[in-house]
Design a binder for this molecule. Structure first.
Ligand SMILES: [Mg+2]
Ligand SMILES: [Zn+2]
Length: 235
């Protein structure tokens, strides 16, 4: 049985760019940036923000597909997936982005079939799109589209399951506080530093891959857990 489950963000973590942002910049009707500002300043949650933004997308499916075909992923992510599989570590992608985009981008890179939890993109008519939120939770403290924190709790998580969270942004803050260790970059790294969460800074999946052997050794696991308890006692 694996000692660790890997919870991996998509936008800015697996993909080099934020896919939704890149779509809005290219195809957004006026108004999407005002929603973005409302979300950044905490006036609305990401669910409300993204529902409004996706309704402002002006593109056909072929334009969408063509744009998604240009999106790059971290070149070391396929090797990371293979290493996790070899080590028997379950890997789940948890995203507050678009399921259709993630599936298409990963399939293009030979990574179809990974478990993906994300918001559901629906074609709503000619050049019209809508976002549905099958993984939202009414009590989500960040009012996210996909409530990532639910994945570290029953009934989704099993008793004694331990988590490594890998991410880069605000959609990861909530779940990061419930993982035993965070591999963090960008805004998530700042958040871990500010709040004293146990973490390892990583710039990319090359560096995350290099950290997997130490996760697998029980000595390292004990060390990480004692760091976790240490940070709680100082909180
Ligand atoms: Mg992200
Ligand atoms: Zn939540």
């Amino acid at each position: 049985m694996s000692p660790w489950t890997l919870l991996v963000d998509f936008d800015g973590t697996i993909s080099l760019e934020d896919v939704t942002d890149s779509l809005l910049i290219r195809f957004g009707r006026p108004g999407w940036d005002a929603l973005e500002a409302d979300w950044r300043e905490g006036r609305i949650g990401s669910r409300e923000c993204m529902a409004g933004q996706i309704a402002l997308l002006d593109c056909s499916r072929s334009e969408l597909d063509e744009h998604l075909a240009s999106m790059a992923i971290d070149p070391a992510f396929p090797a990371f997936v293979a290493a996790a599989r070899d080590a028997g570590m379950p890997l789940k992608i948890l995203s507050d982005g678009l399921d259709y985009a993630i599936e298409l981008i990963l399939a293009r890179h030979g990574l179809g079939g990974l478990p993906i939890t994300a918001n559901h993109l629906v074609e709503d008519g000619p050049r019209r799109w809508r976002l549905e939120f099958p993984h939202a939770k009414p009590d989500c403290r960040t009012a996210s589209g996909t409530c990532k924190c639910a994945f570290t709790q029953a009934p989704i998580a099993s008793a004694g399951e331990r988590f490594v969270m890998i991410g880069d942004g605000a959609s990861d803050f909530c779940v990061a506080g419930r993982a035993q260790i965070v591999f963090a970059k960008k805004r998530l790294l700042d958040h871990c530093l500010d709040t004293g969460l146990p973490h390892q800074p990583v710039a990319n999946f090359d560096q995350a891959l290099a950290l997997l052997p130490s996760l697998l050794s029980s000595l390292a696991a004990t060390h990480l857990i004692s760091q976790d308890q240490g940070s709680e006692s100082h909180a």
